[in-house]
Design a protein around this ligand. Structure first.
Ligand code: GLN
Length: 248
């Protein structure tokens, strides 16, 4: 049965920003839409494209090394005005790690301060050591703890009006000190969680889909799916982390 609904995903720079399988997030979004009769349309945006974000329902940006991040940021700055308008209009945007850092005012690459997209009031500086390892986060956007893997030298600091995605239950999060992870602003979700993020965290996938449906069709209600496998994977990871059974 099809619902006659479609959602258009803009996947930014898949060839550059695909650390730890971040592109797997797109597969999860597509599947969870298709299982509900919502037609997914994916527009891959490559470095020399000049994309239009009108008609886009979900933008996704993965993580990358500093080098790749710099290439991408130079290109993306050309789209800043359009992306800012998209976000302010309630456009859904998911960003992971390097992509998350790009959302802010700036980030530090070595000693160089690289300007960001200024979509969310945050900035990223650096610290030692790199923050590496498994992570679990309690968040209002997921019924289960969000689990995954983080690896970043950057420390992200949120401005006063920006809500974190959640509280760190295990691992480091935004800066290794605040106890918070990621950001939520309008319909933007930024996070350091790779893994990729969505396969073991179906609640986060559904949050993005529901927000996009609500914006486009005025109704974000989602038919439940059988998530037995996804939730078993989530639980095994969470339980092992919290029991101290995983060597970092
Ligand atoms: N280059 C960034 C950092 O190390 C992001 C890395 C990543 O996307 N995992 O902070």
């Amino acid at each position: 049965m099809t619902s006659g609904r479609t959602l258009r995903i803009a996947h930014l720079y898949p060839e550059l920003l695909n650390l730890y399988g971040d592109s797997g997030n797109i597969l999860v979004l597509k599947s969870r839409m298709a299982w509900r009769g919502i037609e997914p349309q994916v527009m891959e945006v490559h470095v020399d494209d000049r994309p239009s974000f009108s008609g886009v329902d979900i933008v996704f940006i993965g993580g990358g090394s500093d080098r790749e991040q710099k290439i991408v940021c130079d290109k993306l700055l050309a789209e800043q005005v359009e992306l800012k308008a998209y976000v302010e209009d309630g456009g859904v945007l998911g960003a992971v790690c390097g992509g998350y850092q790009l959302l802010g005012e700036s980030y530090l690459m070595g000693d160089e301060k690289v300007p960001g997209l200024e979509l969310v009031d945050l900035y990223t500086d650096r610290g030692e050591p790199r923050l590496i390892g498994n992570i679990a986060v309690e968040s209002r956007i997921s019924p289960q703890p969000i689990v995954g893997y983080e690896n970043h030298g950057g420390r992200t600091h949120l401005g006063p009006g920006v809500e974190p995605m959640g509280k760190v239950l295990y691992g480091h999060g935004n800066d290794g000190a605040s106890g918070y992870e990621g950001c939520l602003y309008k319909n933007v979700v930024g996070t350091y969680v790779h893994g990729p993020l969505l396969p073991k965290n179906p609640g986060v996938a559904d949050y993005l889909i529901a927000r996009a449906l609500d914006r486009k069709y005025g109704n974000g209600e989602l038919e439940p799916l059988d998530d037995a496998e996804e939730l078993a994977a989530n639980k095994v990871m969470y339980d092992r982390l919290m029991a101290g059974e995983v060597e970092e």
